[in-house]
Write a protein that binds this ligand. Structure first.
Ligand code: MG
Ligand code: MG
Length: 250
């Protein structure tokens, strides 16, 4: 069941989002060779807590950290560890916060030091896919309009599009209906209405589509070992426009 949010609820999700993007902006500055993903996670926990919020992923289905940190061939759900990041890597950082009972979800991928041209292009194309998807996330359109925007922009340029994991409703819980796939399948295709709040999150691979889960039972990696990128925004569909609640410049 899709739960439409009232303007008051959207205002509360906006507050949660502002806390989240403040912390993510600081984390992006910290992404450098020599920092570990555990350093990033400990910083995030401290900052989110100091801002009066709670990391929504910590303890969710027993996830052990505040951030998902996914390096290179890891797509999503990577567990922070002590390994230091090295120049040439790509790290994806995904975080959810709960503030006064309202949830926001946002992710970005960033280069560590100097990365290859193909990783730079992957980052650009994935960010563009998210922007194109958000453009389609407007009242009167359907979920498939979002999915098609991601798929066409990425698959048609030869990138792999991750299928088993997708975007979702968010706001009153961290994961709500509807699912927001990054490809056009045969699943539900509801019409988008004012009051919907969606997390849209393309996960795009330099190589093929296929992914598998590591033995830690969390980390999703590309089956062919190719590098993967992930960008995510929480957006609110309003009557006349769509607001990116997790935009950094809000
Ligand atoms: Mg997320
Ligand atoms: Mg999400």
């Amino acid at each position: 069941m899709i739960r439409l949010k009232t303007p008051q609820q959207i205002a509360a999700i906006r507050e949660a989002s502002q806390i989240l993007v403040a912390v993510l902006g600081e984390l992006e500055q910290m992404v450098q060779p020599g920092v570990s993903t555990l350093d990033l996670d400990q910083y995030a926990l401290k900052r989110i807590t100091a801002l009066g919020a709670r990391p929504a992923f910590l303890g969710y289905m027993d996830f052990p950290a505040s951030l998902c940190t996914s390096v290179d061939s890891a797509v999503i759900h990577g567990i922070p560890n002590k390994q230091k990041l090295r120049s040439g890597q790509l790290v994806s950082i995904d975080c959810g916060v709960e503030y006064r009972g309202y949830y926001s979800d946002c992710a970005f991928s960033a280069p560590v030091g100097e990365v290859s041209q193909e990783i730079t292009t992957l980052l650009r194309v994935t960010r563009e896919a998210l922007a194109l998807a958000v453009e389609q996330a407007r009242a009167g359109n359907r979920i498939n309009d979002i999915s098609r925007a991601v798929y066409r922009h990425t698959h048609d340029q030869g990138y792999g599009v991750v299928r088993p994991y997708c975007g979702h409703g968010v706001g009153l819980e961290i994961h709500e209906d509807p699912q927001v796939p990054n490809y056009v399948g045969r699943g539900p295709n509801p019409r988008l209405k004012p009051g919907m709040v969606l997390a849209i999150e393309p996960m795009i691979n330099l190589g093929g589509d296929d992914v598998r889960v590591l033995q830690d039972e969390w980390t999703v990696v590309t089956s062919d070992g190719s590098v993967s990128a992930h960008f995510e925004h929480t957006v609110a569909i309003l009557e006349e426009r769509t607001e990116i609640l997790t935009a950094r410049d809000v």
